[in-house]
Design a protein around this ligand. Sequence first.
Ligand code: APR
Length: 322
Amino acid sequence: MAKKKIGLIGGGQIGGNLALLAVQKNLGDVVLYDIPVAEGLVKGKALDINQLSAVDGYDSRVLGTTDWKDVAGSDVIIITAGVPRKPGMTREQLLDVNLTIMKDVAANIKQHAPNAFVINVANPLDAMVFALHKIAGLKDNMVVGMAGVLDTSRFKCFVAEALNTSIRDVEALVLGGHGDDMVPLVRHSTVGGVPLTELLPKDKLDAIIDRTRKGGAELVGLYKTGSAYFAPAASSISMAESFLFDRKRVLPVAALLKGQYGINDFFFGVPAQIGAGGVEKIHTVELNESEKAEIAKSFASVKATVDAYDGTVTLYEWDDQD
Ligand code: APR
């Protein structure tokens, strides 16, 4: 079987960790792309990781590049091109600058890798993946946003900590947009099959929900110069793996909805099966009235961000001048 090709767009903090994880998991050969000003950064990271491969005996290779032609033929692309938050900022405040970057990235994906399965990580997440899908003209099932795996992972981490129990047995689900009104579904969460609501009192659960919602901001506050990168990279790789190896895992991802959860033609965090066909299935969870209200609130935030720019993005048409 030919080696898979993984295109990483953006070679910053998350991009570098993605490259490392992809190599350590032998997912395939990696192309780490960034803009010319960051040429040394991506070439350096590629060289450094390739030297690590020699020590540990990994077969995957990394190419650091500023040429989109090297990205062509990627099976999967993960986009982290964009500016991260600084303390005090919301993800939505990144919209203007990151939309400009996304317009460039999406147009190049359309030209160089239109058949790849594309995972977006840049924020504001749900709005960026909407723009990506539209500008690059990607098939509905071949483009997703990474947020739910990370948000769910944060939730599980705090639950395991509160109970002093193995994180492996925590099952949880966080739905909705990747913003402060994301929806951790406590009622659907269990530890070793035992409902979470029987294991922790309401005040503790509320504190965990609050910390999950602000999980990204907590890290921005600690790092000061940027946002989280280890867990976002690992979360994105789990989605890429499910696609590359047809694992058919059901993961919370920002997928294009067509009426599910009462939402049409927007990307929103829902449980979806990811396999060789990209998004193969979207699952609908039975929600009670208060959960439905939380979903509606989260969706209103996503929609407001998309509505703020939607008129300015269209399918990119290449001409000879490009
Ligand atoms: N094409 C490719 N790469 C680009 C482009 C572009 N047009 N514009 C900027 N970049 C690169 C930058 O040069 C930088 O190397 O994107 C990289 C971003 O890296 P970091 O600043 O380290 O940001 P990171 O922490 O990786 O986060 C990236 O993911 O989680 C989100 O909010 C976060 O939107 C941010 C993104």
